[in-house]
Design a protein around this ligand. Structure first.
Ligand code: FE2
Length: 179
């Protein structure tokens, strides 16, 4: 079966709508970090980059009197839960395989523990890669959400990632056949 590409997901109206809120530049950068980390930790780059691209798709806008209210956000935020569910629906609609859609959704669910009670989370390598990629692009005061990117450049970088993922998956496939 043909791989559902990052580009397919990226240009979807649902993705566009929600990535405007949390920042397209951040989403693209986190997907690129996830690709790099996926190699280091021998994780499937397709799953890692999709989860990374969509990890903040669940954000709600916590504005009060025209300004972002961080306390309101802190108290009520469930963006990882919402994002996991939104991403799952989007992936399935785009023809993603169910097992993959589930793995991506769970990695999104666990990319932050900010909404969870104190405790130790045991993340698997895929989930770790996505959380690390997010952290790698984090800036003080949540500024990573406000970075700007030219839409054409964003698409070019997404296409470049798709190419790298295809190459990596093909390579893995051939080496397993020759093993
Ligand atoms: Fe993020």
């Amino acid at each position: 079966m043909e791989r559902v590409t990052l580009e397919q997901i990226f240009v979807h109206p649902i993705t566009k709508k929600y990535l405007q809120r949390s920042g397209v530049a951040h989403a693209v950068a986190v997907a690129e970090y996830a690709y790099i980390f996926s190699k280091r930790f021998a994780v499937n780059p397709d799953l890692a980059t999709k989860a990374a691209l969509l990890h903040d798709i669940g954000h709600y806008t916590w504005y009060r009197n025209g300004e972002w209210d961080y306390n309101l956000y802190k108290e009520n935020d469930i963006h990882a839960i919402k994002g996991a569910s939104r991403a799952h629906k989007l992936l399935i609609r785009n023809g993603e395989e169910r097992q993959a859609a589930k793995e991506i959704a769970v990695a999104i669910l666990l990319h932050t523990d900010s909404y969870l009670p104190e405790g130790e989370l045991q993340l698997n390598p895929l989930q770790q890669v996505v959380a690390m990629a997010d952290e790698a692009d984090e800036e003080y005061g949540g500024n990573h959400h406000y970075k700007e990117i030219d839409p054409e450049l964003a698409l070019t970088r997404i296409r470049a990632l798709d190419k790298q993922i295809d190459d990596a998956l093909n390579k893995a496939d051939t080496s397993s056949k020759h093993a």
